[in-house]
Design a binder for this molecule. Structure first.
Ligand code: B1M
Length: 219
């Protein structure tokens, strides 16, 4: 999408004000907030990750690109909230304990909001006990766990076990994702689903809500 070229460029160079104005121009030209995320922010951040892996970008570049995406999200969030009338479902979302990566999780949250879900975002470095209390308070239909480090993936299993121990596992569907996570890992820890990308996470959330409604109607 041509209108999103300058947005991707501004995120790559970490220019927050240029990113915000490019997003404004794209929205004014009729690009939907969801497409601004899916075709603008998402590929730009994937490219930032690739440049980092190849040694062209370092931590400061990563952080200023992440800051530029936050600036754009602050413009998109009210528009995404306006779009959905009746919430498609409530998702409790967070990055697991020990893990501070939130760019992918924020993309997933924004795409879910764009698809009409109500998102309760707990943030990063969230211990299993906090997930348990948040499920008791917010009563979501879905819990979404994100992890970017191989060393924090086991916290997904710990979180599932804590939900089980608290008697909450049958009340929520749990979906997991993040760069090192796979379908195989999701199966091995007993998660209800794995989303490879933010778009896949939205499709998965829709399917999980349908499955949950069906199970409820069967008693
Ligand atoms: Co970190 N980091 N990092 N880092 N970092 C990685 C993950 C790493 C692969 C880089 C590398 O070394 N090659 C590596 C992990 C290696 C491993 O575990 N095997 C790594 C490391 C080692 C570290 C530190 C330990 C570095 C250090 O301090 N020595 C440290 C750990 C801090 C901690 O968490 N405790 C660290 C720190 C950081 C920064 C703070 C500098 C920064 C994070 C800033 C932030 O998030 N606010 C950072 C970043 C940016 C990265 C890379 C470069 C990019 C991650 C990213 O944002 N990608 C990353 C390398 C890489 O992935 N190429 C790396 C873009 C984002 C859109 O993609 O997050 O994959 P992603 O999300 C996707 C999908 O995965 C999916 O949807 C998103 C959009 O499509 N998805 C879900 C994500 N969550 C989902 C949840 C779902 C469904 C789908 O359902 C709930």
């Amino acid at each position: 999408m041509d209108q999103l070229c300058s947005l991707r460029e501004a995120i790559l160079t970490g220019d927050a004000s240029a990113a915000a104005s490019a997003a404004g121009v794209a929205l004014a030209a009729g690009v939907s907030p969801v497409d601004v995320i899916a075709e603008g922010i998402s590929p730009a951040m994937a490219e930032v990750g690739r440049l980092f892996e190849e040694g062209e970008y370092f931590v400061p570049e990563l952080l200023i690109s992440a800051r530029a995406t936050k600036e754009v999200f602050s413009i998109l969030r009210p528009l995404l909230a306006e779009a959905g009338a009746k919430p498609a479902g409530r998702v409790l979302l967070a990055t697991v304990e020990g893990d501070l990566h939130d760019i992918g999780k924020n993309l997933v949250g924004a795409m879910l909001e764009g698809a009409g879900f109500e998102v309760v975002d707990l943030g990063v470095d969230i211990p299993a006990s906090r997930f348990v209390s948040a499920v008791q308070e917010a009563r979501p239909q879905i819990v979404g766990l994100s992890a970017l480090l191989t060393t924090t993936m086991p916290a997904m299993k710990t979180t599932l076990e804590a939900l089980d121990a608290a008697g909450l596992r049958s009340e929520v569907k749990v979906m997991i994702g993040g760069a090192p996570v796979t379908q195989r890992y999701a199966d091995s820890v007993g998660a209800d689903g794995y989303g490879e990308t933010a778009t896949a996470a939205v499709d998965l959330a829709r399917r999980l809500i349908e499955r949950r409604n069906l199970e409820e109607s069967r008693g």
